[in-house]
Structures are given as structure tokens and as C-alpha cells.
Design a protein around this ligand. Structure first.
Ligand SMILES: [Fe+2]
Length: 222
């Protein structure tokens, strides 16, 4: 595909170099972290909340030692600054709009290390080409809920201009380029009662890890 924009990685989705043997335990850890972090949110069914360092650190140390061990093994711990849970309910009449995450902080902060946690068997992450909407964004509705100031979390694509270019079933830890227009989509047999739950880890600028080849050499699974 053509480059998305200068200074942004041009891949959409790559498998992450998390030890596959640890993946089931990491999923259980992530679910415990979700239950803990969502004790204090005002709307437990909301699509997502961002949590900034340090507000997740105590809970994560308590509930996610194996995942943190992998983050440390990959030499990512010092860059790990933000996380979000995405709860996407299957609503055919109101699907998730195509959007870019956090688009005004360019460079490499838009990479997500996404870990599927629950109900992902019949769901996909779909990528699109298309124009950004100049009007709609998620600032007001999806502002950060806790502790930190509001951040601009996403900009929507113009829904009549978008065209699907790729889709990935996320059934293992992956790197997602959330700068690219994307959304979650579901098969009709999806569980409409329980949302697809994804934990997405975000990092401070990773540009040097691309420049020196570390990302492809050590952070992507073979
Ligand atoms: Fe997103």
C-alpha cells in the first residue's frame, strides 16, 4: 500500500512477538485488569477509555505480572505510557465508525499492541482508505474519564468516501496501526450480549525502533 503519511509506519497489522505460550495467561490477566480498572468508570459499557501512566501502574503490577514481563523482555517498559480497553458490542444498526485513533499526535504513538481478551472469534479489525471528516470527531463523547485532561481521541472518516482495503481477525497479540482508518466489524453470528474486548497498549514515540530495525527484528513475530 502507499505510505499513509510521512513519519507514520506504513503497515496495518503485524503479529506481535509476545510468547504464544503465555497468551492464555495474559488474556486472563488482562481481564482481571479490565474488571479492576472499570470499577471506577462512569459507564462500564462505553466503547473505550484511555488510561494514562501512572494511573494504571499499580493495578497492572498487581494483576498482569506475566504481561509486564513480556513488555520488559521486549525492552518496551520505559516507553509504555498509555492503555485502553475497547468494548465493541455487535450492533448491526449502529456499527463502529471508521476512524483514526489520536490523530493529532503523529509519529509513532498510534501503534497499538492489541491483545484480544474476550469474544473475538467472529469479529475483525477492518482498514479503509478514504477522507477524514472535517466535522465529526469523538472529542466530546469519548473524552478521557479519569484523572488526566481530555485528549482528542479520534477523528472519523467520511463514511461515504471510505473503501475497505484489508481486514484481520485479531486472535493473538498484534501491532495495529491505528493511524490508518479502521473499525471493528462482526459476523452475524457474533454474540450481541457480550462485547468484543481488546486491551490496547500504547507507547511513547517508537520511531527509533523503526530507524534501527528493532521493531521488525524483535517486536514482530516470525
Ligand atoms: Fe480505534
Amino acid at each position: 500500500m502507499s505510505k499513509l503519511v510521512d513519519g507514520v509506519p506504513d503497515f496495518l497489522c503485524k503479529p506481535a512477538a509476545i510468547d504464544p505460550q503465555l497468551f492464555p495467561a495474559i488474556q486472563e490477566e488482562a481481564y482481571k485488569l479490565f474488571l479492576e480498572m472499570y470499577k471506577n468508570v462512569p459507564d462500564t459499557k462505553r466503547l473505550f477509555y484511555y488510561f494514562q501512566k501512572p494511573e494504571f501502574q499499580t493495578s497492572m503490577s498487581l494483576h498482569c505480572p506475566i504481561l509486564l514481563g513480556e513488555i520488559r523482555r521486549l525492552n518496551l517498559y520505559s516507553l509504555f505510557v498509555r492503555l485502553l480497553f475497547v468494548q465493541d458490542y455487535y450492533k448491526p444498526e449502529n456499527p463502529m465508525p471508521a476512524h483514526r485513533d489520536y490523530p493529532y499526535n503523529f509519529s509513532y504513538d498510534n501503534l497499538g499492541l492489541n491483545i484480544p481478551v474476550r469474544n473475538y472469534d467472529h469479529s475483525y479489525t477492518v482498514f479503509y482508505e478514504g477522507q477524514d471528516s472535517v466535522e465529526n470527531n469523538w472529542d466530546a463523547e469519548y473524552e478521557h474519564a479519569l484523572g488526566t485532561p481530555n485528549i482528542r481521541v479520534a477523528v472519523l472518516g467520511q463514511q461515504d468516501s471510505i473503501r475497505e482495503i484489508a481486514r484481520f481477525k485479531i486472535d493473538r497479540p498484534v501491532w495495529i496501526n491505528s493511524y490508518a482508518l479502521h473499525a471493528a466489524r462482526h459476523d452475524p453470528q457474533s454474540d450481541s450480549e457480550n462485547p468484543r474486548l481488546i486491551l490496547s497498549l500504547r507507547f511513547a514515540s517508537m520511531k527509533h525502533l523503526f530507524d534501527n530495525g528493532y521493531f521488525d527484528e524483535h517486536l514482530v513475530a516470525n
